[in-house]
Write a protein that binds this ligand. Sequence first.
Ligand code: GLN
Length: 513
Amino acid sequence: MSRLLSSRWLKRCLALVLGLVLGVGAAQLTGLAQDPPAVWEVGTEPAFPPFEMKDEATGELIGFDIELMTAMGEAAGREVKFIALPFDGLIPALQSNTISAAISGMTITAERAQTIDFSRPYFEAGLAIAVQESNSDIQSLADLAGKRIAVQIGTTGAEQAGEVEGATVSTFDSAPLALQELLNGRVDAVVNDLPATLFAINDANIQGIKIVGELVTEEYYGIALPKNSADLAAMNTAIDTLLQDGTYAEIYRRWFSADPPELPLVAPALADATTATGLNWGRLFQNLMRGAWVTIWLTAASFFFGLIGGSLVAFAMISPIKPLRLLCRIYVDFFRGTPMLVQLFMIYFGLPALFQSMGLDISFNRIFAAIFALSLNVAAYLAEILRGGIQSIDRGQWEAGESLAMNPVETMRYVIFPQAFRRILPPLGNEFITLIKDTSLAAVIGFEELFRQGQLTVATTYRAFEVYLAVAIVYLVMTSLASFAFKRLEAYMDPINRPKKAPKEPLPSAVEV
Ligand code: GLN
């Protein structure tokens, strides 16, 4: 009876919670549809100069888009609040209505227009190809066949590069990182919007790069809004007002030192009847498996080298040589005390740039950099785990080894290490699982591991929830398998509870002995 009651109560409580959630959700949705909020929450990726960037001195958002949007807000009597988001996260944020609009040098394309709405065009742009100054064999998109190209994820540049035959495309989170890749000599070209590349070369003073094939495409930027947003009309009217009263021209001249061109009312790209690439589950599965494979070998290689490095450091940390101990302490504290992301950027982008400024032409390849950075990081953690494990073994065990006439190396090998190993297995397993997840950071240097494969699919299908859920499930399967394997190993290493094998031959009897 009491069980029945409690299950009925449970059901009632669940129904109540569900009702509340649905009620609040519905109220929010109807609220959104009826009266548009007085504040425009506008998403932008502030790493696309001169359209949106952070002022070095004040840390404030500045740029052509920022000024235009602020002026639009004034014209429409709305307050504008900017929200920084990654470029490939803008469309998913619009789809989920978490922002009211996005201004981020976003090209109006027929594919995007199927999931979101665009304002009238507010800027004329197009793609350009950037190469190193010494390069003379790339002049046009056709010359890029078979070459290595760096692009920004989810952009029209990425789409164009993907269509070039035989080209190897690496994707980065922002345009400046793609340009850095070109500067470091790891790719032959960058395909990106002309005004942004021009700005990087002229104003940000990036040297050693030139532009070939200016405006290889014709593109128009538009302000992106959720589908059927009630703000669309107000935004279009605001752009019209600024175009007519000269504010637009004034902002344009300030940023581009030229007179603005005439803008069409509708972007020509919208005349194409292209359909958006829907989510193909079979292809998603294939891509995720390809990414999972990269994640697995990246984890295995980094753990292997990390274990070797970590053991060396652990032994050095318990050695009697004081300067060596100090050096290892600094190493461990540095790698445990700084974010892995910073270490990855330092090694991949920072070191080659430093070498180049010293006149040395050294640059790492992506695989080396990722494994190197991950191994250095994991070795620091493993060193501490191993050191702790070894030092936790009772002193008496050393004495026992000595009394059996073992030298210190033998005592370590036969007495101390087997016992320490059992103690360090659980934290070792934790470290391995953390490493599986941390390899996703290699995505920032263009590594197409599991997470990046998901990002790339979202960038063309705009189905963020399903894709990231699938990515999470694959990670979960991998970490669960790893945790299971470590549990088995722990059981195997336990001499008391180890699953016993039946002895093959009968034990010699006491009499025979
Ligand atoms: N105009 C390009 C696009 O829409 C790139 C924009 C950006 O990187 N901010 O894809």
